[in-house]
Design a protein around this ligand. Structure first.
Ligand code: PLP
Length: 363
């Protein structure tokens, strides 16, 4: 199959299509993770991650999916109480993890399909009775296709307290939309690499502020595998704390080089906006975007068809060789989702949208 043929068929909101050049990195001969050869690759990954997160602070990579780092950020940074902001299924994951860790949890809930309202967050702080060790924010809510205004939400927390950590899930935004770690005053920001970074699943990248590292150093019982201080100590020696997925690290090194120096971050962000706009424009005649335009995600669109049932459309697209995402959670029946993230090209989007239009408007 030609490149465009394989590429144009997979529009799931993660894992996403992976470039053949990246897949071939996975077949490179093995090297030891303490070898000089690996150290060089790892060192460059940590440097490039600073550029990806737009930060001068700590950056790391761990062998795990993103959920592990949601848990790890709470274990490292929250001795007692956390405020969880939610607006869909993935932001709610913070809630269940915090509860499972026995933390004291408060919940600021926004309706599915709406972004978390910065004013509601400020009001919550104004009326609160407790100090929060941290607030969690999910930058891009993948279940509903909502991109939260992370910069403003983080500013609300920063203005309120220097001592409250801003913990951010950027799983489906990093590599697709701007994530300005230092400028926005974030404390932990994490993303698994099977979405906007377009690698096979298995790695999670994360950034940690100096302020958060100070908090971590004062917290007892941080666990072992995800102890941020271990990551820091080893990163100073350009080394991972434990045996990483070496082959995925080869792929990550190559992909970061491509994103930062071949495509460039700015052009990647523009391409994602373009894919989002195309999706909205082309599906408008037969479907409704379930979010407001101002908060529409650049990496995934949740769509409610008016012409035919969502599941029928997804099934028929599959028969035509195109994989779309189904609806998620409470929106499972009414919606389907189009993943437009990672390395998908505008040409590939257009050819999929042509077929989708025919399928959605047939009968
Ligand atoms: N957070 C968001 C916003 C997601 O979209 C996902 C997965 O789709 C997760 C967290 C969970 O990530 P993982 O499957 O890498 O654990």
């Amino acid at each position: 199959m030609s490149r465009i043929e394989t590429e144009s068929r997979y529009f799931v909101p993660g894992p996403t299509w992976v470039r053949p050049e990246i897949l071939s990195e996975l077949t490179r001969p093995m090297v030891g993770h303490r070898s000089e050869e690996f150290r060089e690759i790892y060192k460059q990954i940590l440097i490039d991650l600073k550029e990806l997160f737009v930060t001068k602070q700590h950056t790391f990579v761990a062998t795990c999916s993103g959920t592990a780092l949601l848990e790890a950020s709470l274990m490292n940074c929250v001795p007692r109480r956390v405020l969880v902001t939610t607006c869909g299924a993935f932001s709610e994951r913070w809630l269940s993890i915090a509860q499972s860790l026995g933390l004291e949890v408060d919940h600021l809930e926004q309706k599915w399909g709406e972004p978390v309202d910065p004013q509601a967050l400020a009001n919550h702080f104004a009326g609160r009775r407790h100090h929060y060790d941290a607030v969690t924010i999910t930058h891009n809510e993948t279940s509903t296709g909502v991109l939260n205004d992370l910069a403003t939400l983080a500013r609300v927390v920063r203005d309120e307290s220097r001592d409250t950590m801003v913990l951010v899930d950027a799983v489906s935004s990093l590599g697709s939309a701007p994530v300005l770690f230092d400028e926005w005053g974030l404390d932990v920001c994490l993303a698994s690499t099977q979405k906007g970074i377009a690698l096979p699943p298995g790695l999670t990248v994360f950034a940690v502020s100096e302020r958060a590292m100070e908090r971590v150093s004062k917290k007892n019982f941080r666990g072992t595998y995800f102890d941020f201080l271990e990551y820091k100590k080893n990163a100073e020696k350009e080394s991972p704390p434990f045996t990483p997925a070496v082959s995925l690290c080869f792929a990550l090194g190559k992909q970061l080089d491509y994103i930062l120096r071949e495509e460039t971050l700015e052009k990647r962000w523009v391409r994602h906006r373009h894919m989002r706009d195309l999706t909205i424009e082309r599906t408008k005649p037969y479907a409704t975007l379930v979010t407001e335009l101002e908060s529409a995600s650049v990496s995934v669109s949740a769509i409610e068809p008016t012409s035919r049932p969502a599941a029928e459309i997804v099934r028929e697209m599959k028969q035509q060789g195109f994989t779309l995402g189904g609806g998620y959670g409470q929106w499972k029946e009414e919606t389907f989702r189009i993943g437009h993230m990672g390395d998908i090209s505008i040409a590939a989007m257009k050819s999929m949208l042509d077929v989708l239009e025919k399928v959605a408007t047939s009968k």
